[in-house]
Ligand binder design. Structure first.
Ligand code: CU
Length: 312
């Protein structure tokens, strides 16, 4: 995906360690594959039945304690090595550093809401500082979801009614995709978020700017909310249809609904679309828009409506 950081394992120490375990297991597998297939081919040739020759009598072999011990002990040690190596990396993955910044994650059909320690919230976008360990403390508001950071080689299920966690220490500035990895309904495939890793200065500047958003005009505030709430993953501003219809020129337009009726997109309709997306389904689109009830405040919705009016 353009704009996203390249997939390599230098984004975190854990990513490199996980790749190390995979490489080790692959090499062990490769070694034994070549060994056994090599013997297979060698024996097939060496002991093949030769033409015009009477079959020789099969030698009588009763066994070899020495050989048997060897092929029990060596593979056991190899399997044990895989276990110990894997366990050590697993322990690192499951042990967040004590100084990790704790970010709350609430997953719901079909979005992620992030809450920072200072109470700020964001939807489908989480910003963190490079080099600082972060712990995501996660719960679900409905069904089982997952949080998967492929670049960081970590993932964890998100459950209703109990907390799970995941931690990362990003070492590279960039934008990294987050996927839901538990099938959670119609909108599962559009349940995505991004983790933006910023350097110390940019992060500080961003926090300051977030702290006083009320200095923004209503439409500017609406624009920021539309960006930060994940709307643009499904709605374009340039007239093209994505998962959902474009927001361009929406205000005042006559919208054809799935039930054959039509409605004029006024403030009430847009507000309802955000809070109860399934109340009036737009024709030709799947019912995958999540409700923003409890995610966006009333004044946020007012600002978004003001912004949508300006997208012509
Ligand atoms: Cu999900």
């Amino acid at each position: 995906m353009p704009g996203f950081a390249a997939t390599n394992n230098t984004v975190s120490g854990v990513a490199a360690q996980v790749d190390g375990v995979f490489l080790f297991i692959t090499l062990v597998g490769l070694f034994f594959f070549v060994l056994t297939q090599g013997f297979l081919i060698y024996f097939a040739l060496r002991y093949r039945r030769k033409k015009r020759e009477e079959p020789a009598e099969t030698p009588y072999i009763t066994g070899s304690h020495w050989l048997e011990t060897l092929w029990v002990v060596i593979p056991s040690l190899v399997v044990l090595a895989i276990f110990i190596y894997g366990y050590l990396v697993y322990r690192t993955i499951r042990t967040p550093p004590a100084d990790a910044v704790e970010i709350q994650v609430t997953a719901r059909q079909w979005l992620y809401q992030f809450t920072y320690p200072d109470g700020r919230t964001a939807v489908n976008e989480v910003r963190v500082e490079v080099g600082r360990p972060v712990k995501f403390l996660m719960k679900s508001a409905d069904v089982i979801h997952g949080l998967y950071l492929p670049d960081f080689r970590v993932k964890m299920d998100i459950l209703p009614g109990s907390y799970t966690y995941l931690w990362v220490q990003p070492e590279q500035v960039g934008k990294y995709e987050i996927y839901c990895t538990e099938y959670c309904g119609t909108g599962h495939s559009v349940m995505r978020a991004v983790m933006i890793v910023m350097n110390h200065e940019d992060y500080g500047r961003w926090v300051k700017q977030e702290e006083k958003p009320e200095t923004l005009s209503l439409t500017k505030k609406g624009e920021k909310l539309t960006e930060n709430s994940g709307c643009l993953a499904c709605h374009s501003l340039d007239g093209t249809a994505r998962v959902g219809p474009t927001l361009k020129g929406l205000f005042g337009k006559k919208v054809a609904l799935a039930d054959g009726k039509s409605v004029v997109a006024d403030e009430t309709y847009i507000r309802e679309s955000i809070l109860e997306p399934n109340a009036k389904l737009v024709q030709g689109f799947p019912p995958v828009m999540p409700t923003f009830q409890g995610v966006l405040k009333d004044e946020d919705i007012t600002a978004i409506i003001a912004y949508i009016k300006t997208v012509k």
